[in-house]
Write a protein that binds this ligand. Structure first.
Ligand code: SF4
Length: 360
């Protein structure tokens, strides 16, 4: 086994992975206007990149010419600025998802020497490339060759990521483990980390601070207008299944999920338990998580079924109390909440019964 973390990021890598810090370094000291008014059609490419992504759910393919690689490398940060400037969570999520799919496609066919460096840089995940299979003690060479395991990841890094993946394939008892490492093929590695790639791109966009002067720039303004003219509208929120009025915390979780905002686990857990207790079916609840905004339907199904007691030990989870939601910083109390102790008591609807369910 050898560690490969001394790969030097090249120009090709920067155009494929334009969120790498190496691209940021190349832009340091240059004015954004230099890119907007460049002789190269960087702004035009950024606009096309966004529109294509919003419409098709993935990013466009670019020519392999040197000029096109330079354009696409710089059009990504400019596209992030444009998408951030729309101030619309829905568009930010759609664009981040499309770009993360483009990256996934590239990674599936990427040179194995590059992968550990990329994941270390963007997600701080330390991978080792499993080259000398004879050094891996508990696993036979024949088995490794047959399954083409190329990487190994520490047990703790694996467990924290595989926990939300649904299939039996990801359970530790079904994995090859040796000396505190879990072995993965290239495709498995990308599946394990795909959600984080999306979240990484999305966070980068959301963290951007747009200088007010940039929004006054004529070329930015007109490009933004063109994007907004053709951008898809967010789907209407599907909140009609429950006839009562939602408590503010649940309404907030639904709104955030359906707009594509980042919702903490406590918010998703609250929404799921509440809707199940309010009479929605597992499929109704799964349907509330928009797949076109980065929610993986298989993972959502696994999590909802788990909360509903259809998976694992059969434990049904109860709606967390108001004090728990307050502690988790997801209480949006209004006068209508009064002195209730649990969101289920909102509007005097449902008394809370202790029926052997578990809280999160
Ligand atoms: S008081 Fe309870 S029901 Fe009201 S917003 Fe807070 S957690 Fe929700």
């Amino acid at each position: 086994m050898i560690d490969i973390l001394n790969y030097i990021i090249g120009e090709d890598d920067k155009s494929k992975y334009p969120f790498l810090p190496e691209v940021g370094k190349q832009m340091t000291g240059r004015n954004i206007q230099d890119f907007l008014n460049s002789e190269l059609p960087i702004l035009e490419n950024a606009k096309d990149r966004i529109i294509y992504s919003l419409k098709n759910g993935t990013s466009p393919e670019f020519d392999e010419t040197i000029e096109m690689k330079t354009i696409s490398k710089y059009s990504f940060p400019i596209a992030m600025l444009l998408v951030r400037s729309t101030n619309q969570s829905y568009l930010i999520s759609r664009f981040a998802l499309a770009e993360s799919r483009r990256v996934e496609d590239i990674l599936h066919n990427e040179n194995p020497d590059v992968i550990p460096q990329i994941f270390k840089t963007i997600l701080n995940v330390k991978l080792s490339q499993s080259k000398d299979i004879n050094e891996e003690s508990n696993v036979t060479s024949e088995f490794l060759v047959k399954n083409r395991f190329k990487y190994k990841i520490s047990l703790s890094d694996y467990l924290s990521r595989s926990i939300s993946l649904p299939k039996n394939q990801w359970r530790l008892v079904n994995r090859s483990v040796s000396s505190g490492y879990v072995f993965l093929t290239q495709d498995e590695l990308i599946t394990l980390l795909r959600e984080e790639i999306y979240q990484m791109i999305r966070s980068k966009i959301e963290e951007l601070k747009i200088p007010p002067a940039l929004l006054e720039d004529e070329s930015m303004k007109s490009t933004l207008e063109q994007i907004l003219k053709v951008a898809p509208r967010p789907p209407k929120a599907k909140i009609q299944v429950f006839s009562g009025e939602y408590p503010p915390c649940v309404a907030k979780a639904i709104e955030m999920i359906q707009k594509g905002d980042q919702v903490p686990h406590s918010g998703k857990f609250l929404m799921t338990t509440f809707l199940l207790r309010a009479g929605k079916t597992v499929d109704d609840v799964i349907d509330m998580y928009p797949t076109n905004l980065g929610f993986n339907q298989n993972i959502t199904r696994y999590q909802v079924e788990h909360i509903a007691g259809l998976k694992g030990g059969g434990t049904k989870y109860d709606v967390p109390s108001c004090s728990t939601m307050k502690m988790k910083d997801f209480c949006y109390k209004t006068d209508a909440c009064g002195t209730i102790k649990n969101p289920l008591q909102f509007n005097g609807k449902t008394p809370v019964k202790k029926n052997g369910r578990k809280n999160s």
